[in-house]
Design a protein around this ligand. Sequence first.
Ligand SMILES: Cc1cc2nc3c(=O)[nH]c(=O)nc-3n(C[C@H](O)[C@H](O)[C@H](O)COP(=O)(O)O)c2cc1C
Length: 208
Amino acid sequence: MKKTLVTIGVLACMFASCQSKQETATTCNQENPVVSTIMARRSIRKYKPQPVEREKMDLILQCGINAPNGQNKQSWEVRVVDNPALLDEMKEAIAKGHPNMPAEMAKGCFRGAPTMVFIARDTKYDFSPYDCGLLAENMVLSAWSMGIGSVCLGSPVRFLTDNAECVPYLEKLGFSEGYELSLCVGFGYAEETPEAKPRDWGKVKYVD
Ligand SMILES: Cc1cc2nc3c(=O)[nH]c(=O)nc-3n(C[C@H](O)[C@H](O)[C@H](O)COP(=O)(O)O)c2cc1C
């Protein structure tokens, strides 16, 4: 009797857990490692201090540059900074360049990620923002599959490009002529396990 009740309970949970598309994907595709990585990934904003090992970053970067991209132009350039002193200097420059910004905001602008990836786009190619986004997505997903957290960051792009204090650091990143900083992505070992944020399935429609 007890066993039957437990079985009914488990089946009821499984049924309930598959009621929304989001939950169906989360709970019912655990056996597919790509799907489960996609569904389990979350943006991480608290990290352990150690940078990601460079051999692991190399693999993540290889996954990045193997993303689909328009006409295989690879309209990106990528710079990796895992030197904590340099990251601190960049945050200080952001603070100096934004005197009205709360100090905590400048300090936290990389969300504590110990390895920062700066992605620039080729301004001569209109689809380069998508190329850079797909590169970033391949990186965050491959990282997650390896137990490494990440966060895509748009705000540091603005903070690094809208003032004179940060110019030396943009120069240090050394992007080619015609490329502009487009997206930052922080990587590291997670020190938090955030919940999934809800997604709106209503934005998706089949059109017959
Ligand atoms: C283009 C882009 C810019 C983002 N900029 C920031 C940012 O400046 N700061 C931040 O904390 N998160 C940033 N995020 C992360 C989003 O807030 C996050 O992906 C979203 O809330 C969904 O949460 P999830 O990634 O955990 O699913 C950015 C994400 C993207 C794709």
